[in-house]
Design a protein around this ligand. Sequence first.
Ligand code: FE2
Length: 192
Amino acid sequence: MARIWIQDEQREITDVQEMSTFLAQFGIWYEKWPVEGRIGENATNEEILTAYAPEVKRLSERGGFVTADVIAVNPQTPNLDVMLAKFSKEHTHSEDEVRFTVKGGGIFHIHPANGPVFAVQVEAGDLINVPKDTQHWFDLCNDRQIRCIRLFQDPSGWTPHYVAESVHERYTPICFGPQYVTDRRTDSVVKL
Ligand SMILES: [Fe+2]
């Protein structure tokens, strides 16, 4: 279940329209794209890009994105912990970070200049665009896998600029849902 969790206010948002409205005030795009029947379980990266070509084209025209690729991260990924450590420290980019999740999930924490830190849990079907220069970080959920389409304005790709006065250690990346953890009151909550 996609959700927004505002830890400092102990507030949760799960309605898709409310999520979209909340995120829009920080310039973040959030959309639900259909996933059922769009791609097979073992679809190649090319098949995924073909299946979502109409949505990718629409988004590219809106945001000036020039390249798209598919990234897959899972427990078999070599040096997974090293890779995750790059994402999970507070950082910015000099271009938008656009991710459409095809499989698996994760949590983006956003640290806006004009509001509280909040977490956005994404799953298959979620499109999110974190605008350039927005302070954020990313963690996987406890199944440690995500497959997503990335769009880039700069063909050179993903470059993090780490934040000096970072706050990421104050926030726990907690994923909820049937495949993750359902009881947030117990120590069964998973911290990555
Ligand atoms: Fe990032």
